[in-house]
Design a protein. Sequence first.
Length: 512
Amino acid sequence: MANYRKYFSIPFCLLIVAVIINVIAAAPRVTIHLIGDSTMADKPLDDNPERGWGQLFPLFFTQDVRIINYARNGRSTKSFIDQGLWDEVHNNLRPGDYLFIQFGHNDAKKSDTIRYAEAHTNYRSNLVKYITEAHQKDATPVLITPVNRRKFSETGEFFDQHGDYPKVVRELASEYNVPLIDLHASSMHYLSALGPEKSEALFLRAPAGVYKRCPEGKSDNTHFNRYGAIQICKLVIDAMQPINLPIVKYLKEGPELSDIGIGKVVGLDYFYNHEFRDGRQYHYIWEDRENSGFYELGNLYENTGAFISEVKEAPTAAVLEKLSVYIIVDPDTPKETAEPNYISPAAIKNITKWVRSGGVLVLLANDKGNAEFEHFNHLAQKFGIRFNEVSLNRVENKNYNMAKFDDLPDHPLFENLSKIYMKEVASLTLSGKARPILNSDGNIIIAMSEYGNGVVLAIGDPWFYNEYIDDRRLPADFENFQAAKNFVNWSLNHARVVRDMITGYQRSRRGK
C-alpha cells in the first residue's frame, strides 16, 4: 500500500487549511439576484443620464453582499420566462440567496402578445413560478410591487397607472408568506408629496444634442436619472427594515451627493488602454466591476453630478472640447495588446492645446513592465513630467505596510488622511514648472503641472482601481477610498463646465 503520509505532511496540511479558509473568507456571504424590467435594469454608463434603481442598489451594501442584476429593458413576467432569462437566474440560485422580483410595467401592455400577462391569471401564475422555484433552491424570494410612473392631473392630483398588478403582488406575498416590499405604495406617497414640479427631477430629461447615448434627446416619466434611481433605492431599503430581512445587517450609508460636477464630463481613455478578455474590453474602464476596474471611481464622479464618458478614439480637438477632465491610464504594451495604439504627435498637440485652454489632464502610469512608457512620456514631458521605468513599493504576500505612505503633505488630495496604499509604482522626474506633491524616500510619486489655464496631474500608478478604494481587500486603516473622493473633488474643482445642465435636476441635488 502506498505511503501517503509523505505527501500530506503537517506543513502541507496547514497550507491546504489556510487556502480553504481564505477562499471561504473571500467569498460573498450572500447573493441578491434582481429580476425585473427597465426601471430596475442596469443602463450603459457612457455619457448616459438614465439609470435603473437596481444599478445603484449595490452602493448601499458592504462587500459582504454580491448583487447580480438580471433585470432587462422591456421585460414582463412572461417574456422574462419565455426568453430564457429565468432559466439563467434559476440555474444560478444557491441556498441562502435572495431573489428580488419586480414586474408589472410591461405585463399590462395588452397590445403586445409577447409581454402581456393579465394581472389575475398569467401575471399571478408567473410570479408563483418564481416564488416556488426559488423556494425549491432554498433561496428567499422577495416580492416588490411595481414602482410608480410619474403622472399628475392639471390640478396636481397623482394618477396610479398600475391597476390590479400591485394588488396581486400583495395577495401573493400574504398567501405564500413571502417578504413584501411595497414600492408601489411608497413611491406613490413619495411622488405625491413632491408634487408635479419637484418629482420631475427624478426622471429622465435629456435635451437634444447633449448626451452621447441619446443625441436626439429623450424624456419620459417612467425611467429614472441617477438621482431618481438613488431615491428609489432608499425607498426599497426603508421597506427592508420593518420586515426584518437578515441582509439589512450588511447595509451601509448610501452615496454622498454633491453639485460640484454639474455640467462637467469626465472622459476615461479606452483607446490607448485597450485590453480585451473573452471578447470584452476590461482593465481600468468604467464598466469593469472586478478588482482592476474603475467602476467605483465612476460612481464617485457621478455622485457629484458629473457625467462619465468613454473616449474610444484618438483625442481629436472635437473629442476633447466635450470633456472637462481627461484620464489616460496604463497605455498598452505589445504584451497586452497585439497592435497597441501609441500616443501620436498629433494627439499630443491636441491634448496640450486643450489643457492650455482649461482642461484637466490626469496621467496614471504603471510600474516597469506593465505600461508603455516611451510614447506616454512624449506627452508627459510637454508638461515637465517624466515617468521612470521602475517598480517601487513592491509587496510580499499580504504585508500591505510595505506599500504604505503615511508622511502625507498638506494638499487637497490628502485632506483628512493619515495613511494610503500604493504598490509597484513608477517614480517621476520633473522639470520646468512641474512640481512634486508626494515624495517618498527621495522619489517623487505624484506631481502636477499648471499649463496655461489647465492643469496636469501625474501619478506613477493606476491607484484608483476597485481593488484598493473599496473595502474588498485593504485593511481598514488605509484610507484609499477617501483619497479617491479627494481626487474626484480636486479634479472637478479645477475643471470647467462644458455643457448646460437642467436646472430642475440641479435644484433637486441641493434639496431645494
